[in-house]
Ligand binder design. Structure first.
Ligand SMILES: [Zn+2]
Length: 113
């Protein structure tokens, strides 16, 4: 029980879990336990094509020609991209490429420099 947070209303340490809710037996305050779990999503690890862990601000190169959706532009293999930003979603890298502009890439098609 020591892993549960104290009651935010009265600071009681006797918090207990009731489903997804946390309940304080002393003042009957109830609150959601899911807030702390949602924060864990930010810790999702994004890796490049060879398993290097990527971080915001990293420089990567593209390992295959990638068509830019909705245009005739192609991001050529070997294109270097500086200052990537990791995002949630199918395309998990947000970046800006010289001559093309802002776009999203899949981490499986890049390699950390
Ligand atoms: Zn309480």
């Amino acid at each position: 029980m020591s892993t549960l947070p104290p009651c935010p209303a009265c600071n009681s340490e006797y918090t207990y879990e009731d489903g997804t809710q946390l309940v304080c037996p002393e003042c009957a305050h109830e609150w959601s336990a899911t807030a702390s779990e949602a924060a864990g999503d930010d810790a999702k690890v994004i890796k490049d094509s060879v398993g290097n862990v990527l971080q915001d601000g990293d420089t990567i190169t593209v390992i295959k020609d990638l068509k830019v959706k909705g245009s005739s532009l192609v991001v050529k293999v070997g294109t270097k991209v500086k200052g990537i930003r990791l995002v949630n979603g199918d395309h998990d890298i947000d970046c800006k490429i010289d001559g093309i502009g802002a776009m999203k890439l899949k981490s499986e098609f890049v390699r950390k420099v």
